[in-house]
Design a binder for this molecule. Structure first.
Ligand code: NDP
Length: 335
């Protein structure tokens, strides 16, 4: 069994030296356990925060233990009556080729139907990122028909779903993404009304002008994934009683400043801002997954994946995710 452990904690930017690839035996199964041959590993921005030894909503990733991560795979051997060899399953199997799950533990494993929806999608549009988009948009922003919704990191796993769900609810969807290719994809493939390439608008005044053109009626809902300068500019264009779903601050995960200057608008525009962690809203997963699964199976919800070829390529792919080198959901092929 090949696996990757956290070898050291980053000081400032994370690097490949923080990870170590090891080969260890596959453990023998105990009663109640299930052995899964993992097919795909999900790489997600939250992993960067777990690498620090800092107080957070979740405990730090322990050193010298297999890196945390969501996975999909197929049951190879089962000593739990609820699972049989051949079942397709989703769980937190970590950065390794084989994983043993305590299947009796609630939520440890979830069986999925890989006939109508490709297995990898359960780590993206029909998995944690898709549910994150749904919870932030539907539950916290509560979009109404005709409103303008802005999302940054718009071509990514979460952002791509936010805009498509907003369109389905009759909103104007405006994306912000890095690069002409990503912006073209967001508008032409995903069907957003507009997308701003923030790399072409480095000055806040230029980004604000581009936003005025893309969102002429102002912004009613902001799904915030990035933080820092981009968040600051969009805040300055929020309409009265606008809602901000604060989902992520990826521009600051490697320690960069997240300073904002337009905080007074929270007061003067009477905004509602809610930070949220998707795993704390388990009662919303079933309705979210029902809608997302239906849309993906029916071809109405589009998504894109970047797949690293094997486990050894995972650290580099993970660092790339923090720099925007992924295009859509970042995965690692494990089998
Ligand atoms: P993505 O697939 O969107 O990949 C990350 C993207 O972030 C990159 O492709 C890049 O896009 C963008 N990015 C990275 N650095 C910067 C930067 N300095 N400035 C601007 N953009 C940057 O990742 P996810 O969809 O998985 O996650 C999106 C956000 O949602 C993250 O902040 C993540 O932490 C958060 N999240 C929060 C959850 C919660 O429960 N609250 C659950 C899941 C995700 P580009 O090339 O366009 O810049």
């Amino acid at each position: 069994n090949q696996r990757i452990v956290l070898a050291s904690r980053p000081r400032g930017e994370a690097s490949v030296d923080n990870f170590r690839l090891e080969t260890v035996p596959v453990p023998a199964l105990q009663d109640g356990q299930v052995l899964v041959r993992q097919h795909f590993l999900s790489l997600d921005p939250y992993m960067r925060m777990r690498m620090n030894d800092a107080k957070n909503y979740a405990a730090p990733q322990p050193l010298n233990e297999v890196m945390i991560g969501g996975t999909v795979g197929v049951v190879a051997e089962s000593r739990h009556p609820g699972y049989a060899a051949g079942d397709s399953v989703v769980g937190m199997g970590g950065w390794q080729q084989w994983a043993v799950f305590d299947a009796a533990q609630p939520g440890a494993l979830r069986k999925v139907d890989a006939t109508r929806i490709p297995l990898s999608a359960y780590l993206g549009a029909v998995g944690m990122p898709g549910v994150t988009a749904w919870v932030g948009l539907v539950h916290f922003i509560e979009p109404k028909e005709g409103e303008t919704i802005v999302v940054d990191a718009a071509s990514g796993a979460v952002g791509s779903v936010v805009g498509q769900l907003a369109k389905a609810r009759g909103c104007r969807a405006v994306g912000i993404a890095g690069g002409a290719d990503k912006c073209a994809y967001v508008v032409e493939e995903l069907g957003f009304d507009a997308c701003i390439d923030y790399k072409q608008h480095r000055e806040p005044a230029a980004l604000a002008a581009a936003l005025d053109a893309a969102a002429p009626k102002g912004v009613d809902g902001l799904f915030e994934n990035v933080g820092g300068a981009i968040f600051d500019v969009v805040l300055s264009r929020m309409n009265a009683f606008g809602r901000v779903a604060l989902c992520g601050l990826i521009s600051g995960y490697d320690g960069q400043s997240l300073a904002i200057h337009n905080a007074r608008l929270l007061l003067t525009q009477r905004l509602r801002l809610q930070g949220f962690i998707v795993s704390e809203h388990m009662h919303l997963w079933p309705p979210a997954l029902k809608e997302l699964g239906g849309l993906v199976a029916g071809g109405q919800l589009k998504f894109r994946e970047t797949v690293a070829p094997d486990l050894a390529a995972a650290p580099e792919a993970f660092l790339g995710l923090l720099k925007g080198r992924n295009f859509g959901k970042q995965l690692v092929k494990l089998a």
